[in-house]
Design a protein around this ligand. Structure first.
Ligand SMILES: *Cc1c(COP(=O)(O)O)cnc(C)c1O
Length: 463
């Protein structure tokens, strides 16, 4: 499989190349040159397969010649052995129509582990083969940083520097990062907010001499391999509910548009999906874009579902590219316009073709709490605020197909918000016990480029 940039001007790469590159050099995002197709009999043949075997079938056309089937199976098998549930991503029935797909049984209790655990194995395999070493730099408001650290701790050939805003991530989230004491993990608390942390990371990548000297790379959700690994669970769940003979719908708590875009890819590959519901909180840019064609960035309002508090969803560019006929030059012009004005009007014909599969809903705090209480009182399931946004949107949807809400975080990750909504305080599950007692290690630095670069230079391995 070959990968092209949404902006049409970056080199065409294979799967190994896009996994290690992250962002395309023209500022765009990599996508497969075409969407591979799985025929109905191939989908039907997934019935009864384990999660790992399902993943092998879904990922093989994307991986192409970059890995043998045996290498792919080994990486996926190792990744999902770290999950606390034997089904990896169990499906739970709530009532006649509604289901939860629990994606939070990995080491950091959020769905990002599903892709990140396998990404760690892909990095190690590709870097060992090419005798390269990378310096991974990231900024996190919580879930991404901890998932990346857990996936990359102790791996040869990667040094990880993760910046978080001091005092602005929850204690569970901080400890999931800072109690990982592997020598290749470097946690940095910066005196500033998340935007400051992200701006410092961008500045380091834009400092060309520094970026080249330390071979900087990123593992945020623009990485194609992460999306590919998320496509798997749409197939896994749908097959369990009767696909390809029966259509299924999904509701997805959405921030950066990565998880829902993986569902769109499953649809493009031939999985019979009735609809994909984009569930947003009060930060509703995606709801405005899909329901009214108005993709315009405002300012972020903090909510009880912080992993969805975004202004701009980077993966949305991948959808825009597809909707506009996969024309890189046109997409580059559209994105340049958006970067200048922070607004973009989606043409009516593109809005209509998106609406054939994608729906959206804006869920406010009251509706989120209502869905959380409904799950607790009517179904005996304690869910987290992000999942509750998805469930509220799912219950408001008028379709008829079985509806799967993606449960993106374990409720114990957000115990205060859960307790405020339904009175129950979820305990940490077995795999996270002891977190509050373990030793922490991190440095605190001022939010200046010089301070961060000095720290990286002192600990990274130059090329
Ligand atoms: C990251 C995250 C989301 C949003 O996922 P995107 O792929 O960014 O749309 C939703 N819920 C939780 C718990 C998350 O960590």
């Amino acid at each position: 499989m070959r990968y092209i940039s949404t902006r049409g001007a970056a080199p065409v790469l294979d799967f190994e190349g896009v996994t290690l590159a992250g962002l395309a050099s023209d500022g765009g995002l990599y996508v497969p040159e075409h969407w591979p197709q799985l025929a109905n009999d191939e989908i039907a043949a997934m019935a009864g397969l384990s999660y790992v075997e399902t993943a092998v079938r879904v990922c093989t056309p994307f991986v192409g010649d970059s890995l043998s089937e045996a290498e792919l199976r080994r990486i996926l098998g190792t990744a999902y052995a770290s999950f606390a549930h034997a089904a990896v991503v169990p499906l739970k029935q709530l009532d006649e129509r509604h289901w939860l797909l629990e994606l939070f049984h990995g080491p950091t209790l959020a769905f990002k582990d599903v892709a990140m655990q396998a990404l760690g194995g892909l990095f190690e395999t590709f870097l060992t083969r090419s005798e390269r070493a990378l310096t991974i730099i990231g900024a996190t408001s919580g879930d991404t940083g901890s998932a990346a650290i857990q996936a990359l701790a102790g791996r040869d050939r990667v040094q990880v520097f993760m910046l978080h805003p001091r005092g602005r991530v929850s204690e569970v989230q901080r400890r999931q990062m800072t109690t990982v004491l592997a020598p290749n993990i470097h946690n940095i608390a910066i005196d500033g907010n998340f935007d400051d942390a992200q701006a410092l990371v961008k500045a380091m990548f834009n400092h060309a001499e520094f970026a080249a000297r330390f071979d900087l790379s990123a593992v945020n959700s623009i990485n194609w391999a992460r999306l590919m690994l998320q496509v798997v669970y749409y197939f896994y769940a749908a097959v369990r509910l009767g696909a390809p003979g029966r259509r299924v719908s999904f509701s997805v708590p959405t921030g950066n548009f990565g998880d829902i875009f993986a569902g769109y890819v499953a649809h493009r590959m031939g999985l019979p999906i009735e609809r994909l519901v984009v569930a947003t909180n009060e930060n509703d840019i995606l709801h405005r874009a899909l329901s009214a064609g108005d993709y315009s960035a405002g300012s972020v309002a903090p909510t009880e579902s912080p992993s969805m508090d975004i202004q701009v969803s980077s993966n949305f560019e991948r959808l825009l590219f597809d909707l506009a006929g996969r024309d890189g030059t046109a997409c580059a012009a559209t994105m340049a316009g958006f970067e200048a004005s922070r607004r973009l009007a989606i043409p009516a014909d593109q809005q209509a073709s998106a609406a054939a599969i994608l729906r959206s809903a804006r869920i406010d705090a009251d509706a989120m709490r209502g869905a959380l209480r409904w799950a607790a009182e009517r179904c005996g399931e304690i869910i987290d605020p992000h999942t509750a946004i998805g469930l509220a949107a799912a219950r408001a949807d008028a379709g008829t197909a079985p509806m799967v809400t993606l449960a993106t975080a374990h409720p114990a990750k957000f115990p205060d918000a859960v307790e405020r909504a339904c009175g129950a305080r979820p305990p940490l599950p077995k795999q996270a016990r002891g977190l509050m007692d373990r030793e922490e290690r991190y440095v605190t630095l001022p939010a200046t480029l010089a301070a961060i670069e000095d720290h990286v230079a002192a600990h990274a391995v130059p090329r």
